[in-house]
Design a protein around this ligand. Structure first.
Ligand code: ADE
Ligand code: ZN
Length: 343
């Protein structure tokens, strides 16, 4: 085990950027496939894991969307949400903000209310059982049309009070934020928070569009902003959080090696950076593994990991009192660790 594993696992953390569809562990993928009579090209968890080798974002998305076929009933959505939240608790995550893209399911006849109620009940049960807080970010697909995104938004309005915000993922290059100006304006007009994947495979210009044209509350990934120093200044001035996902970037070959990951450069530029899991089974770990990988490759210190944990609470969509409690929990934990460590 890594020397710092107990410290990092015990550090109170958030996971602000993860996708429920991308959280299905291979064992559960096969169980759900059998339950719903869905044929998959793999018979064992080992075979599923062996398929998790990606050249780029699209090669991952092909598998991710194929995996979505195993989700059919409200119980399936309940089960994957509850399973992820159990893993998150074991990982020391005390608050999670989880994306799900209903368009993958409603288009093939899965009822939206079954999907929504399954996820929301699992959130409630996890809070009761384990004390973890969690919320749903409804995600639209950027490869689909803006009209389809607006139709999705209209369809989830009955649950508006229980939705933390609206996000957007999918193939980035060729689907810039500017394609969705009206959609995000409509989200805003309805009082919803907004976030978008930008600057993962796409250029700094997409991050700029997300800030200037959409007025987003957060950027998911955002790595490419470093190519535009004026944009870095803008992000820092406006304190727009970036939900960075280091192991995802490694596995999707956004970076050639962990040592080349921009996390430290983003932090040194004064940006509001958080570390998150994205699609944990596909990319080799939850938030703890992401932080440990950054410690190993980038020399992230205990103080820097604590700073990232505090940033996770500050960047969350939690109410201010809960943010303050999260930050105080990090401070108390680090003070105890230093006292025990004689540091
Ligand atoms: N959906 C799930 N993971 C994603 C990622 N890393 N980028 C874009 N869309 C996604
Ligand atoms: Zn993502």
């Amino acid at each position: 085990m890594h020397r710092l594993d107990p410290f990092v696992r015990g550090l109170p953390k958030t996971d602000l950027h993860m996708h429920l569809e991308g959280s299905i562990e291979p064992e559960m993928l096969l169980t759900l496939a059998a339950r719903n009579n869905v044929r998959l090209p793999w018979d064992t968890p080992e075979q599923v894991r062996a398929a998790y080798r990606f050249d780029n974002l699209q090669s991952f998305l092909d598998l991710y969307f194929a995996g979505c076929q195993v989700l059919v009933t409200g119980q399936d959505f309940y089960d994957i949400t509850r399973a992820y939240l159990r893993q998150a608790v074991a990982d020391g995550v005390v608050h999670a903000e989880m994306f799900l893209g209903p368009q993958s399911f409603t288009g093939r006849g899965v009822p939206l209310d079954a999907l929504m109620e399954g996820i929301l009940s699992a959130i409630d049960d996890a809070a009761r059982a384990d004390g973890i807080t969690a919320g749903l970010l409804v995600s639209a697909h950027r490869h689909r049309s803006e009209a389809e995104a607006v139709a999705l938004l209209d369809s989830v309005m009955p649950w508006a009070e229980r939705i933390l915000g609206i996000g957007m993922g999918g193939p980035e290059v060729g689907n810039p934020p500017s394609k969705f100006v009206h959609f995000f304006r409509t989200c805003r007009a309805r009082g919803l928070r907004i976030t978008i994947h930008a600057g993962e495979e796409g250029p700094a210009a997409y991050v700029r569009e997300a800030v200037e044209l959409l007025g987003v509350d957060r950027i998911d990934h955002g790595n490419a902003c470093l190519d535009d120093p004026a944009l870095v200044r803008l992000l820092a001035e406006r304190r727009i959080p970036l939900t960075v996902c280091p192991l995802s970037n490694l596995r999707l070959q956004v970076v050639p090696a962990m040592t080349a990951h921009p996390l430290r450069r983003l932090m040194e530029a004064g940006l509001f950076v958080t570390v998150n899991s994205d699609d944990p089974p596909y990319f080799g770990g939850y938030v703890t593994e992401n932080l440990l990988a950054c410690h190993d490759a980038l020399g992230l210190t205990v103080a820097e990991m604590a700073q990232l944990a505090r940033a996770g609470f500050a960047a969350s969509f939690l109410p201010p009192e809960a943010v303050a409690r999260g930050v105080a929990a990090v401070d108390a934990y680090v003070a105890r660790y230093r006292a025990d460590d004689g540091a």
